[in-house]
Design a protein around this ligand. Sequence first.
Ligand SMILES: NC(=O)c1ccc[n+]([C@@H]2O[C@H](COP(=O)([O-])OP(=O)(O)OC[C@H]3O[C@@H](n4cnc5c(N)ncnc54)[C@H](O)[C@@H]3O)[C@@H](O)[C@H]2O)c1
Length: 396
Amino acid sequence: MAVTKKIRVGIVGAGFAAGFHIESLRRVYGFEVELAGVTSLREESRSKFGAEHGIRVFDSVEAMLEHIDVLDICSPPYVHEDGILAAASAGVGIICEKPLTGCFGPAGAGDEFFGNHADKKQMLEEVIGRLKRIAKAVRDNNVVLGYAENYVYAPSIQKEREIIEKTGAQVLRMVGEESHNGSGSPVYGIWRFAGGGALMGKACHPLGGVLYLKETEGLARNGQAIRPVSVSARVHEITRLEGYRDAGFIRTDYHDIEDYGIMHVVFDDGTVADVIASELSLGGLTDYVEVFANNHRTLCRISPTNLVDTFNPRGDQYEDIYTIEKISTKEGWSPAAPDENFTVGYHAEMQDFISCVATGSSPQAGLDLALDTIATIYAAYLSNETGGIDTEVPRL
Ligand SMILES: NC(=O)c1ccc[n+]([C@@H]2O[C@H](COP(=O)([O-])OP(=O)(O)OC[C@H]3O[C@@H](n4cnc5c(N)ncnc54)[C@H](O)[C@@H]3O)[C@@H](O)[C@H]2O)c1
């Protein structure tokens, strides 16, 4: 895409992700960003969002496309593909929230659809079809696709990228986790909107981080990305166990998803990564990637990063003070985040995506990383169905 003076961004979705995208887009430097439009499913919510942020409101993605240079997709996963295909065919750049896409059951499926019990071999085949369609549309139309995997852009992961590149490290094993006490989105927990549970919604983050670091290692060594070849996985529905004792602190109202998952990923050089995700974790986020290499070891903290610890003896004192995402109480010690959008990578991802759209270069987190992430997760669901057998990750 030619260098444009001003990059006009149109947002799909007016919820949680759209909010932090706007905050980060407003901090982009070196390029002029115009927030040129917003659209979402419900008229009421898009109008409210547009008024709050001073952005023009459109009835649909199609109506917005001719007014923008980038479509920033912050809608739920089941509509990501529609947005990507529409933007690509209009020659418009794309920023897409994680997960890129998934399998959402038969068209028009309702509450009678239970994704957790659906055939996972069929799901993997369907998702590969979707990934191929997306890849073709993006490549044929030569548009930039920024995959909004913030772990890639977290300063701690970028430090590790530098260490791997400059020391020629061989990464032998990694461990990554994203856990908390349950998403705030009303459609999370319903497979037909989210495409899965803890593996899709949460494990995709540390998985994106570990795939990126092995890709980095290979590119630094000989220009060949090291890619995932197989995965074994287990998932569980702990909050729906008959004997689960609900103490009221953990979200439990899931329709058909897992609330715990673990994946053991094998790369094409024989090295490994273990990725954990759960909705069962109190005390805020538990988000990290730990790297064990042949010449160093690094713990990349995503959240908390331990920059600030604050002790508050009485909750109401901090009523209008933001501390950190998902902390369920502000009493006692809190690992407060002074600038969460920076430490979790939201700011840097928007900077990279806008710069790539303006200059035509390739984002750190782009199409290939997004494709490998989804192929690995759906191979993991298939592995779980077989009791955890090592399962090939289809290569796109
Ligand atoms: N990177 C991160 O840390 C992070 C954090 C939260 C969410 N996300 C991702 O962002 C996306 C949105 O999640 P959220 O938490 O903001 O959800 P949300 O429910 O808060 O907001 C979703 C928005 O999309 C709109 N929407 C729903 N269906 C639509 C449709 N068919 N067409 C257009 N708009 C539609 C809704 O009206 C709502 O405004 C998801 O893909 C999620 O995985 C990423």
